[in-house]
Structures are given as structure tokens and as C-alpha cells.
Write a new protein. Structure first.
Length: 249
């Protein structure tokens, strides 16, 4: 039986709660999702939007990545709540620190991926998570980065130049009607990151409401170009559904 993949559809996969341990002694709530029967071809380490504005590991693009991409693209998806952030899975220790001490959170996620031999690690940042990626994510273990709706709020030119010098691929996915950075301005702002691929998305806003399919297609094209896109919109086989409980941080 063929089932349409909808917002609350959970495709088959191996999912387990995880705890990340930071260098400054905090425990962060997270989840690792893996393909059900195969080894992952690549890994997404997800960095969520601003927690003071509702961002968390269950922000819709990240949970849809975790619910769909292990089955549709053989990707591992690691998502977690940064310090002080809460979701249905629980609240991470600590308090929001305006992107500063969150460097320990990014490092803890990358250490987890490395310790568990997760392959071909890409950072997937969304909004605030893109600043964490650019400022704190340039690590030898990282293959590259995908940036959804980057505001370039805390990221400075020196961070962009450091990524440029690394040669690591960076894909910036820019909504046409973004609240903070639109395609033409993004191309200018990202110029110091010489290898950045800046792609505009028509009729799209900062939160990608109604545009999750296009976002996930673009993410998969970046990190696993051998996987055909657009991804399937229907699934032949068993599925589950889940209604997420939204928790305020």
C-alpha cells in the first residue's frame, strides 16, 4: 500500500535517544536516527533555530529530516537541544548563551559522531544553527555544511574566510522572502566564502512553512548527490505517525 508522506509521517528507521556530554559538564538531550537495515552513507548533525524564538530539535525541518531521510536517502540524522533548550524529548542542561558557550554543544555533537564512527559528517544548520555552524563548526571531522536561512547575525567575515581557506563545501539555501537575508544580499555577504553555493528558493520564507520537501531535496542533493531527487512523496510499506508536543524553552 502506498502512503503519502505528510508532516507527521515517520518512515522506518532505527531511532534512539542519546545524551551528549559537553566539555563544560552539561548533558544535552538528543536523538540519533539511522537507516533501518543499512549503514548510513552520510551523517547530518543538525543545529536548530534560536531557542529564545521557539527553536529546538523538533523544529519542523529537522524532525522531518530525522523521520524521512534515513529511509529515503540512507542518511544518519543526529539532532539535539542546545544548552537550556527543551523539546518533547526533554530539556538540556544549562542556559542559552547567545551562541558563545554553545561552541561546547557543537563540539559534543561532533565528538559523539566521531566516537560512534558515523560517516561523512555534514553540519545542517537552520537560522541560529547556521551561525553556530559558521562560528564553531569548522572542525577536521566535518565534511561540509548546509545552511538553511542563514541570517549571518553572529558570523563575521573572518569566519567565512576560514571556511573558504578550508576548502570544505558550503551550501547556503536562501528563501526569496527571508526576514533577515535574501538571495541577492546573501550572494554579496557570502562572497568571502569563495566556494559557497548560494541558492535562492522562490516563494519561500525564513521558516520554510509548506516548503519542507524542497528543503530536504536540496539537503540530500548537497550531502548525498548519488541519491535521486526529488525524493519520493509516497512510501510503499509500513509507516507510523507522530504528533509532536511543542515545549517552550
Amino acid at each position: 500500500m502506498s502512503t503519502e508522506i505528510r508532516a507527521n509521517t515517520v518512515l522506518p528507521g532505527r531511532r534512539e535517544p542519546i545524551t551528549l556530554h559537553t566539555a563544560d559538564g552539561l548533558r544535552l538531550v538528543g536523538e540519533l536516527a539511522l537507516p533501518q537495515h543499512r549503514s548510513p552513507r552520510a551523517t547530518l548533525v543538525c543545529l536548530h533555530p534560536l531557542p529564545t524564538h521557539g527553536g529546538m530539535m523538533d523544529s519542523h525541518l529537522l524532525r522531518k529530516a530525522a523521520w524521512r531521510l534515513p529511509a529515503l536517502a540512507d542518511l544518519a540524522v543526529l539532532r539535539f537541544n542546545t544548552r537550556g533548550t527543551a523539546s518533547e524529548a526533554g530539556r538540556s542542561d544549562g542556559a542559552f548563551d547567545n551562541g558563545d558557550s554553545e561552541r561546547f554543544d557543537v563540539a559534543a555533537a561532533l565528538e559523539y559522531a566521531e566516537f560512534h564512527d558515523l560517516p561523512d559528517v555534514w553540519l545542517l544548520g537552520w537560522s541560529f544553527g547556521t551561525d553556530l555552524t559558521l562560528v564553531h563548526g569548522l572542525d577536521p571531522s566535518v565534511t561540509g555544511a548546509v545552511l538553511l536561512s542563514p541570517p549571518l547575525r553572529w558570523s563575521e567575515e573572518r569566519h567565512l574566510r576560514a571556511w573558504a581557506e578550508s576548502g570544505k563545501p558550503v551550501h547556503a539555501l536562501i528563501p526569496e522572502f527571508d526576514d533577515y537575508l535574501r538571495p541577492d544580499e546573501a550572494r554579496r555577504r557570502f562572497a568571502p566564502l569563495t566556494q559557497a553555493e548560494v541558492t535562492g528558493f522562490p516563494d519561500t520564507k525564513h521558516l520554510w512553512v509548506g516548503k519542507a520537501d524542497q528543503a530536504l531535496d536540496a539537503v540530500v542533493s548537497a550531502v548525498a548527490p548519488d541519491v535521486p531527487t526529488p525524493l519520493p512523496r509516497y512510501w510503499d510499506g509500513e509507516v507510523d505517525t507522530h504528533q509532536v508536543t511543542i515545549v517552550d524553552s
